[in-house]
Design a protein around this ligand. Structure first.
Ligand code: ATP
Length: 205
């Protein structure tokens, strides 16, 4: 079983960590690989450098052996696309079950992903609802969900969609960046070490 949680982590926050831990527990995973989308191809570019986001991710994962920072997409020059990363990982682990963990908001955007029709060929999707975010209203995605939904952790390598019923903290990186820029309190939204790193380097000021 290979469990992946991808994000731009700009910065990594307690919502990411709660979602990854919850999904990891639910799947019975020994590790959840926190995969830094270094140069995201399908969204606006991050506010701080790859190096800063990577260091913050490493710090955030330090105290939890289940969360493993993964720099697979860091070493390259091209934009990173989830499907290409999955394709390359799949090549190295042909029969393994892959689980891609994400928020329901990210699933709602699946139609805009590069080669979106192929994503389920490479992995299962594991969805967590984010407070205050839309889940999919798109007809095609709702049909896909109905067709591929499963209530149990599948043994097969790919192709099913699991939805985890758990409440996640109402935190987004956008809100964290905004609060930091305004000098508002963010200590409850981020691991302490990440906040120290942000202050030391004057990020998001
Ligand atoms: P931004 O506000 O900049 O869009 P973000 O907080 O959504 O950032 P990302 O790095 O873009 O963070 O998200 C990576 C993944 O984490 C996505 O699958 C997203 O749905 C999920 N995620 C982020 N915050 C939460 C949360 N509070 N609860 C559950 N999932 C979350």
């Amino acid at each position: 079983m290979i469990c992946l949680f991808g994000g731009t982590f700009d910065p990594v926050h307690e919502g990411h960590l709660a979602a990854a831990r919850t999904a990891g527990r639910w799947l019975g995973a020994r590790a959840v690989r926190m995969l830094l989308a270094a140069r995201p191809g399908h969204r606006s570019q991050p506010a701080v450098s790859i190096e800063h986001r990577w260091q913050m991710l490493r710090i955030a994962c330090e105290d939890d052996p289940v969360l493993v920072p993964d720099d697979f997409e860091v070493h390259g020059v091209r934009p990173s696309y989830t499907v290409e990363t999955l394709e390359r990982l799949r090549h190295d682990h042909p029969g393994e079950a892959f689980f891609w963990i994400m928020g329901g908001d990210a699933f709602a955007d699946l139609g805009s992903w590069h080669r979106c029709d192929e994503v389920l060929d490479f992995c299962h999707l594991v969805l967590l609802q984010r407070p205050g975010r839309r889940s999919s209203s798109d007809e095609a995605l709702r049909a896909l969900l109905a067709e591929r939904a499963t209530g149990e952790v599948p043994d097969s390598p790919a192709g099913r969609i699991l939805t985890i019923d758990a409440s996640m903290p109402d935190i987004s990186a956008t809100a964290v960046r905004r609060k930091l820029a305004h000098g508002d309190e963010v200590a409850h939204l981020l691991p302490a070490g990440v906040l120290t790193y942000i202050r030391q380097h004057g990020l998001y000021a």
